[in-house]
Unconditional design. Structure first.
Length: 302
C-alpha cells in the first residue's frame, strides 16, 4: 500500500516486528512480520525495509521511532539502558541508528535496567509509557506477560522497580522440546486443569520440577488428554510465577498489558486470588507510548 506518512512507529520484538505508518489523521497503514535478532545492522535494515518500503517517498527522509530488541546488544545498534527509578520520557535518551538507505531516520528508545536484583527490559517500558499517557496518576503494578514476563512497580509516573520471569520461554521449551512434548496439545487448553495447576503451584511452588514431570506420567498411566496436559503445564508455570511475584500483586492495583490470550490466562489466575486486573493490548500501548514520544519531540503535549 503506497502511503507517505509523517512518521513510522516500530515495535520490534525478538521474534516479531510491527510497523505502523502515521499521519495527521492517525494510522495510515500497518505491517508486521516474523523476524530474528542477532544478524547485524544490515539484516535489521533489510527486515525493516521489507515492511516499510512502500511508505518511503523518493528523496525524502522519514522519522522512524522504534522500541524493543532492535536496541539490544545483538540488535541493530546497542542502546544504553536507563536505570530505575526512571520517568518514562525518552526524548533525551534516543539513539540514532546508522542506515544505508538515506530515506530512513531511525531512532531507538532505550530500555530500563535494575542493579539489584539485576534485571533489564526492552520494549515493555514503551508499553508502560503508553498506558501512563492515558493514566498519569496510576499507582500500582503493571504485569506484562510474554516470552519474558515483567512485573513493574509504578508510582508518580516512574518505574521504581521490576522483576522478570522466563515463564513464556519455559512454556515454549517444555511444550515443544522436552519429554512433555509427546503429550501436550499444540493449542487449546482445559481451563479446569489450568485452575487446579495454578492453585497447586501457588501452594507448593517448591514442587514445580516434580509436578511438571507428573504431567508426562499421568499421560502415560492414566491417559490424560493433551488439552489437560497443556492446561496443567500453563497453570503450573503461571502459578509458580505468581508465587514468586506475590510481593508485587498482593494488595495492589494490577494492570495487565499483553496479547489477548496470555493476558486472559494471567487475569484468570489472579482473579482466583481475589485480584481483579484490567487487561490492555500490548501493541496498542506500544503505539501509544511511541506517539507520546513523538508528541514530546514536537514540543506538543500528548
Amino acid at each position: 500500500m503506497k502511503v507517505f506518512p509523517d512518521w513510522i512507529a516500530v515495535d520490534w520484538g525478538s521474534t516479531h516486528v510491527r510497523a505502523v505508518a502515521l499521519g495527521d489523521d492517525g494510522v495510515l497503514a500497518r505491517a508486521d512480520a516474523a523476524t530474528t535478532i542477532g544478524q547485524g545492522a544490515d539484516h535489521h535494515e533489510a527486515a525493516l525495509l521489507s515492511l516499510v518500503e512502500d511508505w518511503l517517498a523518493p528523496r525524502e527522509r522519514v522519522l522512524i521511532l522504534a522500541c524493543g530488541m532492535v536496541g539490544a546488544r545483538h540488535g541493530w545498534v546497542e542502546v544504553p539502558y536507563r536505570p530505575v527509578p526512571a520517568a518514562l520520557d525518552f526524548a533525551t535518551g534516543l539513539v540514532r541508528a546508522p542506515a544505508r538507505d538515506p530515506r530512513i531516520d531511525l531512532r531507538i528508545v532505550p530500555g530500563l535496567s535494575q542493579d539489584k536484583p539485576g534485571d533489564v527490559m526492552r520494549g515493555e517500558e514503551t508499553q508502560i509509557a503508553g498506558f501512563l499517557a492515558g493514566h498519569p496518576d496510576f499507582d500500582g503494578v503493571i504485569c506484562l506477560p510474554g516470552t519474558h514476563s515483567k512485573w513493574a512497580r509504578v508510582s508518580a509516573a516512574e518505574v521504581v522497580g521490576f522483576r522478570t520471569a522466563m515463564t513464556g520461554e519455559l512454556f515454549a521449551l517444555l511444550s515443544t522440546q522436552s519429554v512433555l512434548r509427546h503429550g501436550v496439545a499444540p493449542e487449546g487448553e482445559a481451563p479446569e486443569a489450568f485452575d487446579e495447576a495454578v492453585a497447586q503451584a501457588l501452594s507448593r511452588p517448591e514442587r514445580l520440577a516434580t509436578d511438571l514431570f507428573a504431567i508426562r506420567a499421568d499421560g502415560l498411566l492414566h491417559g490424560m488428554s493433551p488439552a489437560t496436559a497443556r492446561g496443567r503445564l500453563s497453570g503450573l508455570l503461571i502459578g509458580a510465577e505468581l508465587a514468586a511475584m506475590r510481593p508485587f500483586w498482593l494488595g495492589q492495583r494490577v494492570v495487565i498489558i499483553g496479547a489477548g490470550q496470555v493476558s486472559a490466562a494471567y487475569a484468570r489466575a489472579l482473579a482466583a486470588q481475589g485480584v481483579t486486573a484490567e487487561c490492555l493490548r500490548g501493541d496498542d500501548m506500544a503505539l501509544a507510548g511511541l506517539a507520546m514520544l513523538r508528541a514530546r519531540m514536537r514540543g506538543v503535549a500528548p
